[in-house]
Design a protein. Structure first.
Lengths: 357, 170
């Protein structure tokens, strides 16, 4: 059954339900509603009073406890704890995304014109164009699914007098290539405003990226800016409610050219990442999973794309194609209700893997 | 075709002459937003009326340029969720056990409810809001306080499920 037919069926069945006309009853009830019905009655709250001596003792105890908890934040000479420990995984993911995005935007990625397509050309072209944007996020997706759960994160004091810390973490992509990141940073905390600031540098292999992070000491969110230079940078905003939410905004020559939101969830013990294009030329929504096929990892993406007033859904499968000097993405697009088509695209990194493929 | 915005202006002035038109234009959306949570048609009718009463009480704060249906759906949902939690708590009282009506199975001829029962609550909410109530995904995301991407993903999953299983139900 096609989606249109299903929608028609649901609307038809919904229209069969008889919903009584209560309009008269509602108005009658409103007319008879007197002010007293809407008065909110409150009873005086009962309160508990402690004996003065007990109150004084508890107050002293509370002051001692507060001092003990916040003292490290006042003492800036010896930072004993990284302020970003609670969000370290999110800092890692943000670092991966921001640095890979800068690298990809710098490199011209070609979309080979090896497309076999038979469907309406406009829709297929739009999907291919969107894929150029999706490619900016694939390295993160690969590393999210390919890496060790903990990313082997270490975070130590590098240099006490200089107030510097060094965070190291490792990632693996889906062709088992390892990258090592080093994030050297200094942190400062404003206990009154309950905020913190971090200035540092992320080193990925031989390349360095200046980084600024700001956040609240009482909340899990932060804003991270990773720069190529003053005019070209990526801003990552992270917050968490029931899901982890990342907003990724790319600035080229000082202008925001793309904004996406990425959410991470665990559903039925499976990691699911969803990407939604918010601003920029692309507009789709993509849900990523990694599955195994013939002992190789394959990225499976369920997508929803708007074409005028219609929503098209379908699936994109990405396989790694290993050639002598490069690795390409082999992409198969299966739109719901339309003929599938394929194309290939350069992968961000063309380094060879060191394990079986 | 009556314009809801014009009727809202009249309702704000406590002129209820065209309230029945407003009610009939919007009742389907409100009804389905409640029954997918409560499942009891009789209780749904009570909450339906309460939704409109709450709406009329707060009419002065309503912006006629905003999506009124989305606002009504929000009120209806919140009332339904509150009732659902209240009934769950009441189960612990032995005396009340006998007074709470048993879970009512959808009537034989209410096929839409049988179809929707294929879905999880989240999926049901989103499909009802988008397909039956004709709300945009962004509006749904705001009502459910979920990211837009999640709403779209759940919707896609739900429609796939319905395509596979709707034949078993009807």
């Amino acid at each position: 059954m096609k989606q249109k037919e299903l929608k028609r069926l649901l609307i038809e069945k919904a229209n069969h339900v008889e919903i009584k006309d209560f309009s008269y009853d509602i108005i009658e009830k409103m007319k008879h509603k007197t002010p007293i019905d809407t008065m909110i009655m409150t009873q005086p709250k009962a309160y508990f009073r402690m004996k003065p001596v007990l109150t004084f003792s508890l107050a002293i105890l509370l002051i001692v406890m507060i001092t003990w908890v916040i003292y490290p934040y006042f003492n800036e000479d010896t930072p004993t704890r990284s302020i970003i420990m609670d969000v370290k995984d999110d800092i890692v993911l943000s670092s991966i995304q921001a640095t890979s995005m800068i690298e990809i935007v710098e490199t011209e990625l070609s979309v080979f014109d090896q497309t076999l397509r038979f469907g309406p050309p406009e829709r297929d072209s739009k999907i291919r164009d969107e894929f150029k944007d999706i490619a900016k996020y694939l390295q993160t997706i690969e590393k999210l699914y390919g890496s060790n759960q903990s990313y082997d994160i270490t975070d130590d004091i590098k240099d006490k007098p200089g107030n510097q810390r060094l965070m190291r973490f490792k990632t693996r992509d889906l062709v088992d290539h390892e990258d090592i990141y080093e994030f050297e940073y200094g942190q400062s905390v404003d206990p009154e405003k309950e905020t913190y600031d971090i200035i540092g540098t992320i080193k990925k292999n031989e390349r360095s990226f200046p980084v600024i992070i700001s956040g609240h000491t009482t909340k899990k969110g932060f804003i991270m800016t990773v720069k190529r230079d003053e005019l070209n940078y990526v801003v990552m905003t992270f917050d968490e409610d029931t899901l982890k939410n990342y907003t990724i905004e790319l600035f080229v020559l000082g202008v925001s050219i793309q904004k996406v939101t990425m959410t991470l969830a665990e559903i039925d013990r499976e990691k699911v990442a969803t990407l939604t294009f918010v601003e920029g030329s692309s507009s789709g929504n993509y849900t990523f999973r990694v599955i195994e096929e013939d002992r190789k990892k394959v990225i499976s993406i369920d997508y929803a794309l708007r074409f005028d007033d219609e929503l098209e859904t379908g699936n994109i499968t990405i396989r790694m194609l290993t050639l002598p000097n490069r690795i390409l993405y082999g992409i198969l697009v299966k739109p719901d209700g339309r003929i599938p088509f394929t194309f290939t695209q350069d992968r961000a990194s063309t380094q060879q893997s060191n394990t079986n493929l | 075709m009556e314009r809801i915005e014009d009727i809202i202006i009249e309702l704000k002035q406590k002129d209820y002459r065209r309230f029945d038109i407003f009610y009939n234009l919007t009742k389907k959306q409100v009804y389905f937003s409640i029954i997918t949570i409560i499942k009891d048609p009789s209780l749904t009718e009570d909450l339906l009326q309460e939704t409109y009463m709450k709406f009329l009480e707060k009419i002065d704060n309503v912006d006629k340029n905003k999506n009124i249906s989305a606002y009504l759906v929000s009120i209806g949902r919140n009332l339904a969720i509150n009732m659902y939690h209240k009934r769950k708590k009441e189960v612990y009282s032995e005396e009340l056990l006998e007074t709470i009506p048993a879970e009512v199975e959808p009537e034989e001829d209410v096929e839409i409810l049988k179809i929707l029962d294929i879905l999880t609550q989240d999926e049901k909410d989103i499909v009802v809001m988008h397909v039956i109530n004709d709300l945009k995904f962004r509006e749904i995301a705001e009502i459910l306080k979920k990211p837009l991407g999640t709403v779209l993903w759940i919707y896609t999953k739900a429609m796939k499920k319905l395509k596979e299983k709707v034949g078993d139900v009807i």
